[in-house]
Design a protein around this ligand. Structure first.
Ligand SMILES: [Zn+2]
Length: 825
């Protein structure tokens, strides 16, 4: 499919203005197709041809101002239109296909109760898979939607939904919206309603999750209310989109999507399994993030996709700060430092790194590919830095000015900079040029003078071009008992010399202890040496996370020996908080047993990590969050199959909730170690026939160290177009395992041969995700680099595949550099 270019979008926006969409959807036509009839009212602004976007299974009829148009004219998703009249009515009657990849109108069937659920994800470029439209963010229009649905279904959308007769629904006319916000949710969803400050609230999920949602209604509504109050206070603009529904939908690609009035979330956020505190905090943050978008993104929308980062950075920044300030999850900034920031820092050091803003994405597809950890984590960190630099009052005043000027319209970064410029006497344009228009991450390096009386913090430019970014941050000196003395610093040149009253030869100095800026932190030698002892004594969890981050970046840069890193983990982690334990010992790729695990090459490294997990578990209180976190860490790392089997029986840790998730985690580990097999998986699935159980079973199967099973799983991953996104992710996550590196060696070349071809059977998001998840990152070897460069020399790689290969290869190169610098047995 052709991707809309920025030139085409600008020309179309100068040719037409869309007034309204009347969309009629018929969801009673069976499991494959739905009826979609769209009546578009639009005005002609210039006498030149243009085009409409429509991705239908079958276009049945088209008429423009009453005259029929040949449906055969639709080519590759576009209908060419002649120069428009002043006022136009275009009617497109089509049959469209439900999707199973999470984009368009996705239809999922719960395997347990066989109920079907649909939801629309119209984010770039999927709106034309649901209704005919002029799909670009700056052609906003009002929507009137009506739906025919099975009589036992409920319907939700951007406008409040009303059932006018059994199975017939109309949705209230919306405010002007961009096409990518148009959503629809329909099915036998379970609903809970509430109200806050005159706003109707709704929470919805599939029936099988109803009891789990019901448990958390109070928490979710409380967070929702707290966020509304904060945004009303900050922006001084009432929430503009009527009711506020938050729907937890199955098989979702993203974490959530900010559709005005009807936010959709991945239904992993309804906690069926025991949830850690940090997962609850993350969910609250996502609620706050999506709500921030209602103003920033939905009310004021970017003109073109290259400013998408600004939507996300802003929502990310607001999501974290609002959760931290206004909800009970006041440790969420530590979570940002531990888990969110590393992904952005890694992205900013790869060859694919790019400036936060102004990447000049020439088409929508390219813009999407550049939508990454830099868009979220670095952008959010940069906005936090700007807030520190301008001060809260000016920062917010600029945002409010921007929102007021462009309500219900579109704007660019330059408009927001203008707004900040109006309210601040600082040089915002210079700040934006240095921070937003360049790529790369600076290093802030501390040096203590020989007599121990002063500290110099030097800035090393991390960009390929000469650029001097100002950094506003805090430097904290800790004495030998980790008592803190902090100083605010504005670094505007290459270095700053500080006379810190708290300097102690037995202590440590930590630049950016408040995590206010975006930089790699390198400690002076003495501080580095004393870090393992002092780190757990530091009171502020954010400062501890910054200290861990300094170690992590040193490890990734091949300047901190893996041995020193591991020794710090052994010394300090058991005394640190739950978030540290969860971040360093857990996580798909972020934890020590994830991507960082590849840095640990000595034969007993894994055993040492396991011992740390065991120590933490032994000291955790029964029933505590720490116990849950440590148990999961130990399951991931242990080779003690006796213990794991015991845990599946009666011997689980006292006080721990032994739910299905817990049992499946143990099964997966035992499958990976070759102790459990297909019969065990089948038996467990009999106990847990839920959709989550089916995915766990799939992941366990992929983990089995059996060559035939591996071959079957691989075949499905690379050739089976019928698998849903959720099924693909489950298999991909189970496939490559640290214990099975020799067994899966033949799949390393096959990855580079076969993954590019998956782009012919799958669509955008899935293709890149799969290429990313399956990358053979455990094959730490020069030969993997060779295979990768041969693959990248191809000129037919889908951009998402290329990006996944490029990024993972960069990461692999760093591991190899560390192994070369610090050879280990
Ligand atoms: Zn967002």
């Amino acid at each position: 499919m052709r991707s809309l270019t920025v030139t085409e979008a600008a020309e179309r926006a100068a040719t037409i203005a869309v007034t309204s969409y009347d969309v009629e959807l018929d969801l009673t036509r069976g499991p494959e197709l739905f009826g979609s009839r769209t009546t578009i009212a639009f005005r002609g602004l210039a006498p030149r041809p243009t085009f409409l976007d429509v991705q239908a299974a079958e276009v049945r009829s088209i008429s423009l101002n009453g005259a029929p148009i040949d449906v055969e004219l639709v080519d590759d998703g576009r209908l060419p239109l002649e120069a428009p009249a002043e006022e136009n009515t275009l009617v497109v009657d089509a049959l469209m296909a439900y999707s199973h990849d999470g984009e368009g109108l996705h239809r999922a069937v719960d395997p347990e109760d066989k109920q079907a659920y649909v939801y629309a994800m119209t984010f770039l470029p999927a709106a034309p898979r649901v209704f005919a439209c002029f799909d670009q963010p700056d052609l906003k229009a009002i929507y009137r939607v009506s739906v025919i649905a099975p009589t036992d279904w409920m319907v939700l959308g951007n406008g409040s939904a009303r059932q006018v007769e059994p199975g017939r629904w109309t949705l209230a006319e919306t405010k002007p919206l961009a096409t990518y916000f148009a959503t629809l949710v329909a099915g036998p969803y379970h609903s809970v309603t509430g109200e806050h400050d005159g706003i109707v609230l709704g929470l919805h999920c599939r029936q099988a999750l109803a009891p789990h949602l019901d448990k958390d209604v109070e928490e979710l509504f409380t967070v929702t209310a707290q966020c509304f109050d904060e945004y009303h206070r900050l922006f001084g603009i009432r929430y503009p989109f009527g009711e506020y529904h938050q729907v937890f939908v199955p098989e979702y690609n993203a974490g959530a999507m900010e559709n005005p009035g009807c936010v959709t979330f991945a239904d992993d956020f309804v906690f069926k399994a025991q949830a850690t505190d940090s997962l609850r905090a993350t969910r609250a943050m996502v609620v706050a993030h999506e709500m921030a978008h209602q103003w920033f993104g939905d009310l004021v929308t970017m003109t073109w996709w290259d400013d998408l980062w600004l939507n996300e950075s802003f929502a990310e920044y607001m999501g974290y700060r609002t959760t931290n300030r206004c909800t009970r999850f006041d440790d969420v900034l530590t979570e940002f430092a531990f888990r969110r920031k590393p992904s952005g820092m890694a992205a900013d050091q790869r060859s694919s790194s790019h400036p936060i803003a102004g990447n000049g994405a020439q088409d929508a597809q390219q813009a999407l590919t550049e939508f990454d950890g830099i868009s979220y984590a670095k952008g959010a960190a940069a906005l936090r830095q700007l807030n520190t630099y301008l001060g809260e009052e000016s920062f917010i005043a600029g945002v409010v000015d921007h929102l007021r000027r462009h309500s219900y319209g579109n704007a660019r970064l330059a408009d927001l900079i203008d707004s900040w410029d109006r309210v601040s006497d600082k040089d915002v344009r210079a700040w934006a040029a240095a921070w937003l228009r360049t790529k790369g991450i600076d290093t802030l390096r501390a040096e203590v003078s020989e007599d121990g009386s002063t500290v110099v913090v030097r800035r090393e430019n991390g960009s390929p071009e000469p650029v001097s970014r100002p950094h506003a941050f805090t430097v904290t000196a800790y004495d030998g008992d980790a008592r803190a003395t902090s100083t605010r610093v504005l670094l505007e040149s290459d270095s700053v010399t500080l006379e810190l009253p708290g300097l102690d030869p037995e202590g440590l100095v930590l630049p950016d202890s408040g995590d206010d800026t975006w930089a790699k932190i390198v400690l002076d030698e003495g501080s580095q040496r004393r870090l393992p002892r002092l780190l757990p004594l530091i009171e502020d969890p954010v400062a501890r996370a910054v200290a861990w981050g300094s170690l992590r970046e040193g490890l990734l840069d091949a300047v901190v020996d893996p041995e020193s890193y591991l020794a710090a983990v052994e010394a300090a982690l058991p005394l640190d908080g739950d978030l540290a334990v969860e971040s360093l010992l857990g996580g798909r790729f972020s934890g020590l047993v994830g991507a960082l695990g590849t840095y640990l090459a000595a034969s007993d490294d894994a055993g040492r990590v396991e011992t740390v997990a065991r120590r933490i578990l032994e000291s955790a209180a029964p029933g505590s969050n720490r116990q849950l976190v440590a148990t999961r860490a130990l399951i991931r790392t242990t080779v003690d199959t006796e213990l794991l089997r015991d845990w599946l029986g009666d011997g689980s840790p006292a006080g721990l909730v032994t739910d299905e998730d817990y049992r499946w985690r143990i099964h997966e580990r035992l499958c990976g170690l070759g102790v459990h097999g297909p019969d065990d998986i089948a038996r467990e699935q009999d106990r847990d026939p839920s959709s989550e159980g089916a995915l766990h079973a799939r992941r366990c199967t992929a983990a089995l160290p059996d060559p035939e099973t591996k071959a079957e799983v691989w075949h499905a991953l690379t050739t089976d177009a019928t698998l849903t996104n959720a099924e693909l992710y489950a298999s991909a996550l189970g496939f490559f395992r640290l214990e099975q590196v020799p067994l899966t060696a033949s799949y390393v070349p096959r990855y580079f041969d076969e993954i590019p071809g998956t782009a012919t059977i799958r669509t955008g998001w899935l293709v890149e995700q799969l290429a990313y998840l399956l990358f053979p990152r455990l094959a730490v070897d020069e030969s993997t680099l060779q295979l990768s460069s041969t693959c990248l020399a191809r000129d037919d790689l889908e951009p998402g595949v290329r990006r996944a290969v490029v990024d993972n290869t960069d990461d692999l190169r760093r591991v190899l550099r560390s192994r070369a610098a610090f050879p280990r047995g």
